[in-house]
Design a binder for this molecule. Structure first.
Ligand SMILES: Nc1nc2c(ncn2[C@@H]2O[C@H](COP(=O)(O)OP(=O)(O)OP(=O)(O)O)[C@@H](O)[C@H]2O)c(=O)[nH]1
Ligand SMILES: [Mg+2]
Length: 458
């Protein structure tokens, strides 16, 4: 096989830069008119291990497959630090080129984010597109976005990824032309392109702010009720949407596909004890979720940060359960939700009935099959118990002329009894710490000094 540009090279360069076109049309760096052949490259730095790199490359292969391409080869390197110019060493870059030629690959995908300069240099050496994991994930998100907000979030993430890389791919925009009024005297096409993109970024940010405001109104309304907020989180494809459907008959899309869910869906769920809660399904996580996406999806992910409790759904049949749990924990950390209490839910136990070891390793966790409905009663019970343990039983005395305070207690807590005395109405209720703080002046007797009141039956 020759060394120079082949037909594939030609074909590929025609498609370069289609990523993130204006108007939010879902389009990608990965050409979907045929299945591209891809070489994957992973680098192990001193703080990582070869096993971790392998697991990450397995995941990358899955991501590439979801985006519509096939892995045809894999290259691994150990380094102390990335090469600033080419990420891998020069010798390794040549090896990648040789493998690309031998396997007739169209594109090389690196498991770590490449700087714009690294990407440009690698494309020169390799004679084909050099993409990174972030581009692949953004591409999948672009294919899956369907709501107005989802599309805007993905486009924003794409533009933020693309802006610093504009220099090397500006030719695409020159071909498209700037349109009337966009080309000023003495202005380079690159500057015009950049300004258009920056304007688009501002417009998207403004649109998303408005959408987030609407959501804030809804979530404030939910906060005014006594209902707790629980969010489903977990590795992508673990079965979060299936669990929501099983618990609430929500009818959201659940399919064997990475990142099927991009929008948050909230449904009411009533627990066996009669308490109501709001359960929200949201976007799944993977290793090294791109920061551009985490930022763009901030308002969607706020439901996770604001939740009283997380149901961390884990696919018990996955090849690397511990690695997936770790990836989710890291992402929770990245979005600032590391302190929200969680219940671990091992799903798909129909595919791996041997979950005893997992349950033992994670005390308080539950095993379910959302597909078959097993373990769901146990999950509901665990949910009730955990939520109840997060409230306190308190006694408050409310003067007769403060009906508003009484109404507030009913809204925010669970009232167990009301008795009248000469001062007012004595209410025994379960309150969460926030409500207790807001109602502090009405707490009677020992509740004022000792925050934790033991259950009479405990
Ligand atoms: N065998 C089996 N399959 C399940 C179970 N729960 C979910 N699935 C399947 O797993 C796949 C993913 O389920 P989803 O509910 O879409 O997973 P998700 O976590 O919402 O995934 P994303 O939204 O893509 O991140 C679907 O094909 C489901 O039918 C289960 O308990 N057993
Ligand atoms: Mg889902």
């Amino acid at each position: 096989m020759g060394d120079g540009p082949n037909e594939h090279d030609q074909h590929r360069s025609d498609h370069r830069g289609a990523f993130g076109e204006f108007g939010g049309e879902s389009s990608g760096l990965i050409d979907r008119t045929f299945r591209e052949r891809i070489v994957l490259v992973g680098v192990t730095m001193p703080e990582g291990s070869a096993d971790e790199t392998d697991a990450s490359l397995d995941e990358l292969a899955l991501l590439v497959d979801t985006a519509g391409a096939d892995e045809v080869g894999r290259i691994h390197q150990r380094r102390n630090s990335p090469d600033p110019a080419t990420f891998v060493g020069k010798g390794k870059a040549q090896e990648i080129k040789d493998m690309s030629l031998a396997t007739d690959s169209d594109t090389v995908v690196f498991d770590d984010e490449l700087s714009p300069a690294q990407q440009g240099n690698l494309e020169k050496i390799l004679g084909r597109s050099a993409l990174d994991r972030t581009a692949v994930i953004l591409d999948i998100f672009a294919q899956n976005a369907s709501s107005t907000e989802g599309k805007a979030q993905v486009e924003l993430a794409q533009l933020k990824y693309r802006l610093p890389r504009l220099r090397s791919s500006s030719r695409t925009f020159s071909q498209q032309g700037g349109g009337i009024g966009t080309r000023g005297p003495g202005e380079t096409q690159l500057e015009v392109d950049r300004r258009r993109l920056v304007r688009r970024v501002h417009k998207l940010e403004e649109d998303l702010r408005k959408l987030a405001k609407n959501r804030e109104v809804q979530s404030k309304a939910r906060r005014r009720t006594s209902n707790r907020r629980v969010a489903l989180v977990g590795y992508t494809n673990a079965g979060k949407s299936s669990v929501l459907n099983r618990l609430t008959a929500a009818d959201v899309l659940a399919e064997d596909r990475l990142f099927a869910t991009l929008d948050a869906t909230t449904r009411k769920l009533s627990l066996p004890g009669g308490e109501m809660l709001f359960l929200t399904d949201t976007v799944g996580f993977v290793r090294k979720l791109p920061t551009q996406l985490v930022e763009a999806f901030k308002s969607t992910l706020d439901v996770v940060i604001d939740a009283d409790l997380l149901l961390h759904v884990v696919d018990a049949s996955a090849p690397d359960v511990a690695g997936n749990i770790d990836a989710v924990r890291r992402t929770l950390h990245a979005i600032g939700a590391q302190d929200v209490p969680e219940v671990m839910v091992f799903n798909k136990v129909d595919l791996n009935p041997d979950v005893e070891g997992l349950l033992a390793r994670f005390p308080g966790s539950v095993a379910v099959s959302a597909a078959e409905g097993t373990g769901i009663d146990g999950l509901l019970e665990t949910l009730s118990d955990r939520l109840r343990s997060m409230t306190e039983l308190v006694e408050l005395t409310i003067p007769y002329d403060r009906g508003d305070v009484l109404a507030k207690i009913h809204r925010e807590g669970q009232v167990l009894s009301e008795t009248a005395n000469e001062v007012g109405i004595v209410v025994r209720a379960r309150l969460d710490p926030d409500s207790k703080g807001r109602l502090a002046e009405w707490l009677s007797g020992s509740d004022k000094v000792s925050p934790a009141v033991p259950e009479p039956w405990e």
